[in-house]
Write a protein that binds this ligand. Structure first.
Ligand SMILES: [Zn+2]
Length: 188
C-alpha cells in the first residue's frame, strides 16, 4: 500500500465559534437552538453522502496538504461517532474528561485516503442516525450537563452540540467552498 502523506495539521482552537459567527462557513453556531442540532446534523450528513456519491474527484486532494473530499468525509464520519461518544459520556458520568482525539494521526492510521466512498457514505449515515436518536431522547435537564476536553475547554451538552454542528458544516464549506451548507440547514 502506498504511503499516505499527512496533511497540514489543524492546531486551531475552534471554541470561538460558539460566540462568533464563522465568516468562512457562515454558521453562527452559538445562536443555533440545541434542540434543532439533531435535524440539522442529519441534513448535513445527507449532503456528505451526496458528495461521496456525486463528487467528480472525490479521491483527489485539491492541493498538497489538503484532504480530498473522501478524506474529509471519513473524518466527518468519525466526528459523528466521537461526539456521540462524548454525549453519551456526559449523560452517564458527572463532568467527564474526554479522551484526546488526534484527528490527523487518526486520518493516517485509519487510511482515510484508501477508503471506499460507498462504505464511508453508509457508515456516515449510520453514525448520524445513531447520534440523531440520542439527541432526540434528551430531556430539558440534560442540556446543562458538563464535560471537559483534554486541553481544558469545558462544554455543556448544549454547547457541545453547537460546537459539533459547526464542525460538520464547516467541513462542508472546506469541500464545496460555498456557504450553502449553513444556509440550507436554516430551515431544517
Ligand atoms: Zn465555520
Amino acid at each position: 500500500m502506498a504511503e499516505v502523506d499527512p496533511v497540514t495539521p489543524d492546531e486551531k482552537d475552534w471554541t470561538w465559534t460558539l460566540t462568533r459567527r464563522c465568516e468562512e462557513c457562515g454558521l453562527g453556531a452559538g445562536e443555533v437552538d440545541p434542540l434543532t442540532v439533531g435535524r440539522r446534523a442529519w441534513v448535513a450528513a445527507e449532503e456528505w453522502v451526496h458528495i461521496l456519491r456525486e463528487h467528480p474527484a472525490v479521491e483527489a486532494r485539491p492541493e498538497p496538504g489538503v484532504w480530498s473530499p473522501l478524506e474529509y468525509a471519513a473524518h466527518v464520519r468519525d466526528v459523528y461517532r466521537i461526539f456521540d461518544g462524548r454525549l453519551h459520556q456526559m449523560l452517564t458520568e458527572d463532568d467527564p474528561a474526554f479522551a484526546n482525539w488526534d484527528q490527523d494521526q487518526t486520518a493516517v492510521l485509519q487510511r482515510y485516503a484508501e477508503a471506499d466512498p460507498e462504505v464511508v457514505a453508509a457508515e456516515l449515515e449510520a453514525a448520524a442516525a445513531t447520534l440523531l436518536g440520542r439527541i432526540q431522547q434528551l430531556q430539558a435537564a440534560d442540556f446543562t450537563r458538563t464535560g471537559r476536553r483534554s486541553d481544558g475547554a469545558t462544554f455543556t451538552v448544549a454547547t457541545l452540540l453547537q460546537y459539533f454542528l459547526h464542525d460538520v458544516v464547516h467541513h462542508l464549506w472546506d469541500v464545496t467552498g460555498q456557504q450553502d451548507g449553513a444556509a440550507s440547514l436554516e430551515w431544517a
